[in-house]
Design a binder for this molecule. Sequence first.
Ligand SMILES: [Zn+2]
Length: 460
Amino acid sequence: MALLIKHGEIITANERYVADILCEGESIRRIGRNLSAPQGAEVIDARGKYVFPGFIDPHVHIYLPFMGTYAKDDYCSASRAALVGGTTTLIEMCCPARQDDALASFELWQGKAAGKSACDYTFHMGVTKFDARTEKQLRQIVRRGINSFKVFLAYKGAFGIDDTELYRTLQLARELGVIVTAHCENETLVAERSRELIAAGKTGPRYHEPSRPVLVEAEGVHHLMTFTELTGAAVYIVHLSCQEALAQALAARARGVRVSVETLIQYLTLDKSYAEKPRFEGAKYVMSPPLRDKRNQAVLWQGLRDGLVQTVATDHAPFDFRKQKEMGRNDFTRIPNGIPSLEERINLLYTYGVKPGKINLHTLVNVASTQVAKIFGLFPRKGTIQPGADADLVVYDPEYRGKISVQTQQMNLDYSAFEGWKIAGRPDVVTVRGQVAVREGKFVGRYGHGQFLARRPGYY
Ligand SMILES: [Zn+2]
């Protein structure tokens, strides 16, 4: 059925104008003034509202066996939460354990999404070991539509790879034109400092940050930059949290290293004092890299404004406070990592970024949609509003006022890290390839409508 969105203010990364959008089939057919509705078309009045391209979260975990447990969401709850929050495409990390087979894992992850997801999705392929068999399988996986790898410089023994494996992964990526996304922390320093803190009886959530301070992350970035420069690969630093790490990435970029930087909505809005909350509540705010000193927030916002930081993601990894986070009650190193915010990324960026003037509407679209699409080979099918693009649209109501609460969230989780936070706007209508998935802020989508997005490599 055709869909006509009338009188909305269309916002892309570089344009802003009032017009009607006619969607037919799965795509945007026409954009213009006073378009008339074809027979049987649904008409949505977007007067007084913004119309954004569907947002893309470049870094989420949905199926995630981690630290002896499993993340709580499945593709039904995660895609529902994403859509209610205005996110129409997810890029999930496929994270095999070191002993797992790459191809079998890729198929396992695909199977978790297929037939369930209400929004579109694709994967970064985790390279958690590198040997001849894995290399062969990675080539196959790239042929099946994956153009990004993920490596962990941290989590040695679980997902982490050694330097030989890192070097060879980057070489392969260079050859295939694949971008390598990387978790940058020095694992040896994390392990040593954690051991010292625990031995000294410093076991609470507040000691998670001191176990992996900013220099540990900056060292990880520097390390990756050296390997990237020597291999000529293209890389993407996931969840960059602090000024020291950003400085390392920018120094490398100035030398010609092909590096993109992602930060998270959590680092922009929360700081390490949250992980210091009493009675173990700080565990809700444990993730890696950890929440930092508040001074870093201004640096990250500025980085978004200046185009030094390319994207804002969530690293969504939902673990319940009860039973799951509690596994680390006597040892912060056993607290499952993650501050779930898949559902709230856009509303938080809008309320705490656009409203106070830290970023403008174009930057919001750019960092949460357009740049993601460009970096990961989805543009211009995704990431902008133009004829021929997928009809993934967010009609955003800037007059809405509400509060975030565990009582109303769609994520499958027993807490909200943003409980009671005010929201000054929300997605009113959201479409996925021309189908209405959210209406008046409520999920009305269809599980299984989401498609796997095959992507072609392009970083040569
Ligand atoms: Zn992650």
